[in-house]
Design a protein around this ligand. Structure first.
Ligand SMILES: CC(C)(COP(=O)(O)OP(=O)(O)OC[C@H]1O[C@@H](n2cnc3c(N)ncnc32)[C@H](O)[C@@H]1OP(=O)(O)O)[C@@H](O)C(=O)NCCC(=O)NCCS
Length: 131
């Protein structure tokens, strides 16, 4: 992404879907040629960070933008010194997160008829992230 209007920026959340704690969350957007293409919101609580509202525009999916943004968030979590980065993943998305190094936990639940599983990445103070 070499042009001036592409990259990852931190900003405020927009749109219809508001979540509790939005005002205190960190909201990131990945822009491609001026178009907001992928978004993610991070909610920090003591030494943990949860990411939510992760999405890429439908016609831009499977082009590597989500991976790029999530890798940025993994680095951001490491920079902030959190011990654990986690999310409630749709069960059908586990493979995507596993490729990026998140591990499936035993915590599964159903919300709005959709099955979710908690996925996490734990960071070691001495050696960066695991794995
Ligand atoms: C999840 C999401 C944000 C990923 O964004 P994206 O920009 O498409 O991500 P990328 O293009 O970087 O990665 C897609 C890759 O994951 C793979 N992938 C997608 N779904 C997968 C799954 N269920 N299991 C394994 N791999 C999967 C794709 O094949 C692709 O692989 P490749 O990089 O080897 O070609 C996007 O699919 C999305 O917005 N989905 C709708 C909202 C949503 O489900 N959010 C997450 C809720 S848990």
């Amino acid at each position: 992404m070499a042009d001036k209007t592409s990259g990852i920026v931190a900003g405020e959340t927009h749109g219809l879907y508001k979540a509790d704690g939005d005002d205190k969350a960190l909201h990131f957007g990945l822009y491609v040629k001026g178009q907001l293409t992928s978004v993610i919101s991070c909610f920090e609580d003591q030494d943990e960070m949860q990411f939510r509202k992760f999405a890429t525009l439908i016609d831009r999916q499977n082009q590597g933008f989500g991976t790029c943004l999530l890798n940025y968030i993994i680095d951001e979590a490491r920079r902030r010194g959190v011990k654990r980065l986690w999310c409630s993943a749709r069960s059908d998305k586990c493979g995507f997160y596993e490729k990026l190094g998140l591990a499936t936990t035993g915590n599964r639940f159903v919300r709005d008829r959709m099955e979710y599983v908690t996925m996490e990445m734990r960071f070691s103070r001495d050696f960066g992230s695991n794995p």
